[in-house]
Design a protein around this ligand. Structure first.
Ligand code: ZN
Length: 232
């Protein structure tokens, strides 16, 4: 099993060691990680051609049918079976940094982990940071979980400072003036083992925000703004 023992290599603080978690919290997280990996490995053999597990897909459809006018879509529902933890794994081709962190446990976002995420998702061009909206991270984590991949996301763009957004806008028509990247509410992500279509399908199943397909550039934009989709 690919995922079986990966928790042993799980590191909570990868790109900046300033944030030390207390012993008690670390033990708690380690215990949860074991539980999480056990449940995870049980699902591994069940992946369909779409790149999602059958169970996850059934869950997606069931959730779509049952949830009445949710303000918040399905992202939380998909994460509910994850051993009461939420985990995000990413690396950046821009900075060479990686992050593998449990950022939510039993109902609470972990402040130190969220600070790590803020730092990791900073504007790599000028190192400006912004508080990343936890709902965006939830969508990313839920989509990752739905796709049942062991590979971390490659993050191409997280927070964008106004200067960077203006610069990108001057070069491309595809960049919005009030991009949600500027609010810390969006990320552009890529996976080697999943197509843009599969990634977008997973994100759309969360029904919790915007999903943009950029097939030619091989990435998917996910945000926690209004539910909508674009691109091809
Ligand atoms: Zn984007």
């Amino acid at each position: 099993m690919i995922a079986g023992h990966s928790f042993l290599g799980l590191r909570f603080v990868l790109c900046n060691n300033d944030f030390a978690l207390g012993d008690e919290l670390q033990e708690k997280i380690a215990g949860k990680a074991v539980e999480y990996e056990r449940r995870d490995s049980a699902r591994m053999a069940d992946t369909t051609a779409t790149g999602m597990t059958r169970r996850a897909l059934l869950g997606a459809f069931a959730a779509t049918a049952v949830v009445a006018a949710p303000t918040y879509g399905n992202a939380f529902g998909f994460l509910r079976g994850a051993g009461d933890i939420r985990r995000i794994r990413m690396y950046s081709g821009r900075t060479g940094e990686s992050i593998d962190t449990i950022y939510w446990i039993e109902g609470d976002y972990i402040k130190e982990a969220m600070a790590e995420i803020n730092h990791f998702m900073r504007d790599w061009r000028n190192s400006q940071t912004k508080q990343i909206d936890p709902r965006a991270v939830d969508i990313m984590a839920a989509s990752h979980r739905l796709m049942d991949v062991t590979e971390p996301y490659m993050m191409l763009s997280g927070y964008r400072s106004p200067q960077t957004n203006a610069m990108l806008r001057s070069k491309s028509r595809g960049v919005a003036k009030h991009s949600l990247h500027m609010n810390g509410q969006a990320a552009d992500l890529r996976l080697k083992s999943r197509s843009v279509g599969q990634m977008a399908q997973a994100a759309a199943a969360c029904a919790s925000g915007g999903v943009g397909k950029y097939s030619r550039s091989n990435f998917v934009h996910m945000d926690c703004g209004p539910v909508r989709s674009w691109g091809g």
